[in-house]
Design a protein around this ligand. Sequence first.
Ligand code: SAH
Length: 393
Amino acid sequence: MNNYDKLNNVSCPVYKKCGGCQLQNMTYEQQLVFKQNKVNRLLRRFCTVEPIIGMALPYHYRNKVQAAFYTNRQGKIISGVYQSGTHHVVGIDSCQTEDKTADEIIVAIRKMLRSFKLTTYNEDTGKGFLRHVLVKRGFATNQVMVVLVTGTPVFPSKNNFVKALVKQFPQITTVIHNINPYPTNLVLGKNQKVLYGKGYIEDILCGCKFRISAKSFYQINPVQTQVLYNKAIELAQLKGSETVLDAYCGIGTIGIVAAKKGAGRVIGAELNPDAVNDARVNARLNELRNIRFFCCDAGDFMCDAANDSEKPDVVFMDPPRAGSSEKFLSSLIKMSPKTVIYISCNPETLARDLDYLVKNSEYRVQKIQPVDMFPHTSHTECVVKLTRATSRA
Ligand code: SAH
C-alpha cells in the first residue's frame, strides 16, 4: 500500500492487481460524484440528469461470485480473479463487493480439493480438473447455487464431494457440474449436469418470485435492482390497459414486475434460450397469463413486430453493455410507442443510441436517472424516459 492509497483509505490488499474496483481509492461519496459527472458529461445534452441514487450499504452487494482456480509453481492452489487484462489468477479469499457466503464457499471448495485428490485445470496444457466455481445466492430466499466448472468431464468421488460441501453449507440448495474443455474466456461450457437439488435457485424482487438458472442473466445487485425497476415502472406511468414490450428481458423480471403493477399485456424478447425458459416459468410462478416470451434477437423481433403493425404503448429496453442495434432502434421508431424506457449499464453506448433516436425521430429525452448498481467500480447504470414530441395519429 503506498501513501496515496493510505490517504484514500484503500482497504483491499489486491486493489491494484485485481482491477475490479477501479474507484476504491475514493470515498463512496466521491465515487458518486465521479459517476454523476461522467453521466452529466455524456448525457446532459439530452436533458438534465437527476442526482444519482447511491446505495445505503455499498458492500457485499454481489449475489453472483465466480472464481478461477490455479496451481502455482510451488504446488499451492489459488482461487480468485484474473488480473485485469491477463490470465494470471490473483488470489482472493474475501472481497468487499461480493456476497460473504459465496466467498466462504469458494474458499471451502479450495481447501477440499487436496483431500479429494482433485487437481486444478491448467489452461496451457488443457489438463487438470477444476477450472472455475460460480456461486449465485438469492438474497431474499437465501437459496444458494454452486456451479463447479471443470475442464474434463470425469468427476471422481463427486457424490462424496457434494455431500461434504452441503454438510458445511446447508444453505446450498443446488450443485451443478458444468464442463468447459475449450480454450475460451467464457466461464461456463455448454454441457452441464445437476448433481444436487433442482438445478436452479429462486429470488424475490419487487414482490415477484424469480427462478434463476446457471446460464441466465440476473442483475448482480438485487438491492439496487429494486430501486432501478421501481424507477423504470414509475416513469412508465402504467394505467392498466397498456401493451408493454420488455426487450432484452433476461428471465423476464421487468416485464413481470410491470404486469404485476398493472400492464394490460406484456411481450418479452430475449436471445438466451435458458433465460427465456426461466422467464416462461417465472410468468407462471407469478400467476400471470397476460405475458408471452420470445427467444430471438431483439432487433429481429422489433423489425418483425413493427412490420406486423404491433403497437405496444410502452417499450422497456435493457440491452447489454454494447447497447442496442440500428435495426432495433429504427424498428422502434417505426413501431412508435408512446413511451420508451431505456435501461443501460453503459452511458457511452446509451449516448450513442439516444443520439440516433433524437436525430432520426421525434423522440425526446424526458428524464435521466442514474442508479449506482456497482459501488467501487467505474460502471454506471441509468434509466432514461423518452416520449414522442407529437402523438401518434
Ligand atoms: N432486463 C433483464 C436483462 C438485462 S441484461 C434484467 O434486468 O435482468 C441484457 C440481456 O440481453 C441478457 O439477458 C442477454 O442475454 C440479452 N441479449 C443480449 N443480446 C441480445 C440480443 N441481440 N437480442 C435479445 N437479447 C439479447
